[in-house]
Design a protein around this ligand. Structure first.
Ligand code: GUN
Length: 292
């Protein structure tokens, strides 16, 4: 069984990005600059945004964090996005999700200029990705694509089963695995909460990508021996035996599934670190005007 090491791979990508940033700077070019907008005080969102800002520093990017109160109006947030759209120094803009209920995610997402949409959430980038045009691909699916590539995992003609149809992970993942190219050319089944006989389907998967957001949902009896298993979930559960008082688990029951799998991503240290590397990569692409 191959343990797919997202932490190590993400470090390698960050080193590659840092090398390119140093080159750009030595040639007198502009330092890539990512802006992150964080609304409210959600603990997980603060952790994620903090990690993104720290990663920017590590690779030599500039970053700007705009923090807004939970009570900010939709109009005010839209104006903040518009100001960043119009700021020529900023290459990439992300608005951390989830947003408070009184704000429309669709409206805010659609306000982001596609050229700065390094999260790949705008209709323009989702459409471009679907058409196999140059596009910003959402960080988590892009991170998974990069792991499959760097571990030389064969995808052509394989049956890929994706669990979860979110706009952020499951849906784009299914498109990327089905499209013409590598990784891709797979026969894809996209499953979700209304799917019947789920385990009958997952047992036929050569590649199983799990993004359902339920702790240890996928058990050993749902997995075909030799499958490649990608676990997108991350859940914090109390564990008094740990110094921190908690431990992290995924959507896959690792101890049961790992012995069956030919390759598997752990939690933590699998997909998670790759999302940040992918976001940095998209921001570098934007600074170098490689997509638009
Ligand atoms: N919330 C959970 N994942 C993401 C992500 O990739 N980007 C943003 N902006 N918010 C998120």
């Amino acid at each position: 069984m191959i343990l797919i090491d997202g932490k190590k791979t993400s470090s390698e990508i960050k080193n590659e990005i840092a090398t390119r940033v140093a080159e750009i700077k030595s040639e007198g070019g502009k330092t890539p600059h990512l802006a992150a907008v964080l609304v409210g005080n959600d603990g997980a969102s603060q952790t994620y945004v903090g990690a993104k800002v720290k990663a920017c520093e590590e690779v030599g990017f500039k970053s700007t964090l705009v923090r807004l109160e939970e009570t900010v109006s939709e109009a005010e947030l839209l104006q903040v996005v518009e100001d960043i759209n119009n700021n020529p120094d900023i290459d990439g803009l992300i608005v951390q999700l989830p947003l408070p209920k009184h704000i429309s995610v669709d409206k805010v997402t659609n306000k982001i200029r596609p050229e700065k949409d390094v999260d790949g959430f705008t209709p323009a980038n989702v459409g471009r990705m679907t058409l196999n045009w140059p596009a910003y691909v959402a960080a988590t699916p892009y991170g998974i694509v990069e792991l499959l590539k760097r571990y030389n995992i064969e995808t052509s003609g394989k049956h890929c089963v994706v669990i979860g149809r979110s706009h952020i992970v499951g849906s784009p993942m299914s498109i990327l695995m089905a499209r013409n190219g590598y990784p891709g050319n797979a026969t894809v089944t996209l499953t979700h909460s209304r799917t019947k006989n789920l385990s009958e389907i997952t047992k036929t998967a050569d590649i199983l990508i799990v993004a359902i957001g339920k702790p240890e949902f996928v058990t050993g009896d749902m997995v075909k021996p030799g499958a490649v298993v990608i676990d997108v979930g991350i859940h914090r559960i109390e564990d008094s035996s740990k110094k921190s008082g908690f431990r992290l688990i995924g959507d896959v029951k690792f101890d049961e599934v790992a012995p069956l799998a030919s390759a598997i991503t752990p939690v933590p240290g699998g997909v998670g670190p790759m999302t940040i590397a992918a976001l940095l990569y998209n921001t570098l692409q934007s600074a170098e005007k490689k997509v638009f």
